[in-house]
Write a protein that binds this ligand. Sequence first.
Ligand code: SAM
Length: 276
Amino acid sequence: MLGILYLVATPIGNLEDITLRAIRILKEVDIIVAEDTRQTLKLLNHLEISKPMISFHRHSSEEKEMEIINKLQEGKNIALVSDAGTPVISDPGEELVKEALNENIKVVPIPGPCALIAALITSGIDAKEFCFLGFLPLNKKTRKDKLNEINVSKMTTILYEAPHKIIQTLNDLKEVTKERKIVLAREITKIHEEYITGTAEELLQKINNPKGEFVIIIDKNTVCESNIFDKMSLKEHYEYYDRLGFDKKDIIKKIAKDRKVKKDEIYKEFIKKDTH
Ligand code: SAM
């Protein structure tokens, strides 16, 4: 019989934040696959659990992944845990889950702490619809694309950020989010837990020497959409809808509507560009 792959959420700071089911599963599985075995050992010692562990991090090889799949195929039950929070969410595991599902191995979530959810529900910012972007890319072009997405987003945006990059990220956000409200959720569930609110500009004044872990919650853009598109070049406008998955015909229709011009005019613009 095949084993089961359990995705076990662990605390994001306070060690009390672990479910009874997570503890039971960690006790019952044959192997714990951990992002950083030293980090997980601290939790296991606290819970008085002793288990064989395999390390599995973002740089782990495909062979390592296959080694875990083989163990599941041999009938071993395995718990995947990350350093903190919910595995797979900005943490390793996505490929392992896909491979396990391909091999008809049962994958079971053991839900629990997740920094983005904890930050969102505490922020006071609209939680009905939100978009989680993880860490902003470092590559200039893709970072700009993401910032453009945030600029026009009609829903709350959530980002993760490391302390040494938070100032740069707020500086970049300042250009697109302007007067929009932002909440920085810092060190959630830990001793220095705090929630700092303001515009990106105000937050830059409020935090100097940022320490700890941060989640950034950005309020949606409530400004009329046409104003936003006015500030985009035609190419950026096209790319915006392209990223949302629309086909060329629909994109041109939408651009024409946003810009209150005839479709033909937009077609002509693109033909002009294509033939140059
Ligand atoms: N899988 C984790 C989860 O479920 O939230 C996220 C892992 S990701 C590698 C680490 C990032 O999550 C940090 O850089 C920070 O942005 C956020 N994070 C994790 N724990 C946090 C905490 N206690 N307070 C604030 N942010 C936290």
